[in-house]
Ligand binder design. Structure first.
Ligand SMILES: Nc1nc2c(ncn2[C@@H]2O[C@H](COP(=O)(O)OP(=O)(O)OP(=O)(O)O)[C@@H](O)[C@H]2O)c(=O)[nH]1
Ligand SMILES: [Mg+2]
Length: 279
């Protein structure tokens, strides 16, 4: 449970300040902290009213909310195709590498479908090498759909169990790039019926409320099936998980807790609540 420690230490500062506020019974300070941790004004008010500012009670309520987002990841077919999407720098490529390591025994193929950013291919190649994962590489400017097509054909021919599609960072407001994301989906479905079986949206927790709006934008234009929330190893905005779960009702499959390939943990409501509030 080494990785859980990273989550706990990542949230230690916030947890410490919350603990102080509880200890002093300082409701105003507590309210301020919850809002500055990006739980949102409305939700903070609700949570405080419902819990009466009592730590155990608040902990129970938050764990209950977060429980809705707890879901085991399943692999409906061979190969299962997982598309990884999100805004620039949210941690997509790193998450692909982490998942490749986590699911190694499933026989993983990675597709470098980020053909937009210069050196994106190289970054993924270096991850593939260090994690010893097979990769369908690409060059900048290449059609992302074509890379996905090649990767899925290869996966079928060589009997891979899982294909991870790394995609370019994009804002949901960029029409051309969102169209590209849709194309990746269409191409996937053409090669393998039902693919991509999961579309994971990678969200950087440290972007807080801003990230929340991005989830909203993505979920509205791409059929996101679940979330990976990254950079929880050092953010004061981790409270944003609560409005995310309340508002979107999407599963949170994993949390990113560092830059290494093993820095990933499945999302567990109780563990997260404890890391946030102690107890
Ligand atoms: N601390 C920390 N850093 C992370 C985590 N996940 C990713 N990073 C870092 O965030 C930065 C961006 O990560 P990438 O994986 O390249 O992000 P991306 O979404 O693929 O970026 P683009 O492809 O440019 O959109 C890198 O410096 C990563 O090491 C995490 O869970 N914790
Ligand atoms: Mg990337």
């Amino acid at each position: 449970m080494l990785r859980l420690k990273k989550l706990k230490s990542g949230l230690a500062r916030l947890r410490g300040r919350l603990k102080d506020a509880f200890k002093k019974g300082d409701r105003e300070a507590l309210e301020e902290l919850m809002i500055s941790a990006d739980m949102g004004v409305e939700i903070t008010e609700e949570l405080l009213a419902e819990s009466g500012g009592n730590r155990e009670r608040l902990s129970e309520i938050i764990a209950e909310i977060l429980k809705q987002a707890e879901k085991d990841f399943t692999f409906p077919s061979r190969p299962t195709v997982v598309m990884v999407a999100g805004t620039n720098g949210s941690g997509k490529t790193t998450t692909v590498a982490k998942l490749a390591v986590l699911w190694r025994e499933r026989e993983v193929l990675i597709a470098a479908a980020d053909t937009y950013r210069d050196a994106a291919g190289l970054q993924l190649e270096s991850w593939a090498k260090s994690t010893q994962t097979d990769l369908v590489a690409s060059t900048q400017g290449q059609d992302a759909g074509a890379v996905v097509y090649d990767a899925l054909k290869k996966a079928l021919a060589k009997d891979y169990g899982l294909v991870l599609l790394d995609t370019a960072g994009r804002l949901h407001t960029r029409r051309d790039l969102m169209a590209e994301a849709s194309k990746i989906r269409r191409v996937s479905a053409k090669v393998i019926s039902g693919a991509p079986h999961e579309i994971l949206l990678v969200m950087d927790a440290s972007t807080g409320q801003n990230g929340l709006r991005q989830v909203e934008g993505f979920a509205g234009s791409l059929d996101v099936t679940g979330l990976v929330v990254t950079k929880l190893d050092g953010t004061s905005k981790a409270g944003v998980i609560i409005p995310i779960v309340k508002r979107f009702g999407l599963p949170i499959y994993f949390l990113g807790v560092g830059e290494q390939a093993t820095d990933i943990i499945p999302f567990k409501a109780r563990e997260f609540t404890q890391a946030l509030l102690g107890g």
